[in-house]
Design a protein around this ligand. Structure first.
Ligand SMILES: *Cc1c(COP(=O)(O)O)cnc(C)c1O
Length: 361
């Protein structure tokens, strides 16, 4: 007998998202380089704001997030009325799919794109469509060619995770201009702060009615554990998303910490500079040890190995040395390992261990 209690079609086809591993059995002080976290953690001001929030825990949070939207608007030069805040940018991605895509609609993303696009599309009952990249880089022509009458959302992460590559503003604009009229281009700017002077696509959002940008506090702001993200888009889209957003989706502690974090520009600048310096060092150190990577614009490197078995063996070896990196077979890159840029000591340890692994063979 079939169970009469059944979820909506498609939901049981969703493969569960697996986060980066955090522990190695038998090793107590492993270094976690598997989730693109900021090794320097959040701004002290964000931590202080979080601690102060403890005195307000009996009060419901504010529902319109006005103070946080104003802070984001001030810092980035954006209209706070066109900002929406969510439980990580994951929630914003989820809102977009829920609001704009349903059964028979198509949601496009790139071959090695972020897994949440597929998961959120399927949760909404829509059809996920993976589009080939060129040399591990977003291919605008391929995306345009994949569009149909049913295309509702096109997600690209720029810079992309896990490849670390990005495309320039002219290419992004060509994509936006070429989409069918009913489709929204979503620019996921989770790593935008790592690119000096990059606005994540905000200017394009200002100039077009079919472009939306998502951002997060999980990466350069070092607040992944707190779960805060935001989106910036045309007023009409923000209005739609606010109707499905839970009024109390963000807690007082989240709102206060994020507001303090976004206003601490020195912390962001220091983290970006250190990431840029260590990323260049690590990429070169790995190349010298026979492990190439594409030029990364984010806070990780996608290290390429000869084949899947070498990548798996290197992953095992790194684990035995207390170093946790990310296998990315689930992203269609079985011969690669994604390595987050840690602090200087971690970068040196990972380069040394990969050198030893390569030397052993
Ligand atoms: C890490 C990451 C995010 C951030 O997700 P949050 O829910 O804000 O933590 C979004 N997009 C991409 C591509 C990422 O790698």
């Amino acid at each position: 007998m079939t169970d009469p209690i059944r979820p909506q079609p498609g939901i049981m086809d969703i493969a569960l998202y697996e986060g980066g591993a955090a522990h190695v059995a038998g090793i107590s002080d492993a270094i976690k380089l598997s989730s693109n976290e900021n090794p320097f953690g959040p701004s002290d001001r964000a931590k202080e704001a979080f601690q102060r929030a403890v005195h307000k825990l009996h009060r419901y949070p504010n529902t319109d997030h006005a103070a946080l939207r104003q802070a984001i608007g001030d810092v980035h030069g954006l209209d706070p009325e066109r900002i929406i805040c969510g439980v990580g940018s994951d929630e914003i991605i989820h809102f977009l799919c829920q609001a704009y895509a349903g059964p028979r609609d198509e949601v496009l993303f790139t071959e090695h794109g972020f897994l949440m696009y597929r998961i959120s599309a399927m949760a909404a009952g829509a059809t996920p469509v993976s589009v080939p990249e060129r040399e591990r880089t977003t291919d605008v022509d391929a995306l345009l060619a994949a569009c149909t009458r049913r295309t509702k959302l096109v997600f690209i992460a720029n810079p992309n995770n896990p490849t670390g590559t990005m495309i320039g503003p002219a290419e992004v604009e060509r994509l936006a201009a070429g989409l069918p009229k009913q489709a929204i281009l979503v620019l996921d700017g989770a790593y935008a702060e790592y690119v000096e002077g990059f606005d994540g696509g905000a200017d394009l959002v200002n100039r077009r009615s079919n472009v939306f940008m998502t951002r997060t506090f999980s990466k350069i702001y070092g607040l992944g554990g707190l779960r805060i993200g935001w989106g910036y888009g045309p007023r009409s889209i923000i209005d739609v998303l606010n109707r499905i957003r839970g009024p109390f989706n963000l807690s007082t502690a989240q709102l206060d910490a994020a507001e303090a974090a976004v206003r601490d520009r020195d912390h962001v600048d220091r983290c970006r500079a250190e990431n840029t310096r260590l990323r260049a060092w690590l990429a070169e150190a790995l190349a010298e040890r026979g492990v190439p990577s594409d030029t990364s614009t984010a806070n990780f490197i996608l290290a390429r190995f000869v084949d899947e078995s070498e990548a798996a063996a290197c992953n095992e070896y790194l684990q035995s040395q207390g170093l946790i990196v990310r296998r990315v077979a689930g992203y269609g890159l079985p011969h690669c390992l994604r390595i987050t840029i840690g602090d200087e000591a971690s970068c040196r340890r990972v380069a040394h261990a990969i050198g030893q692994f390569k030397g052993q063979k």
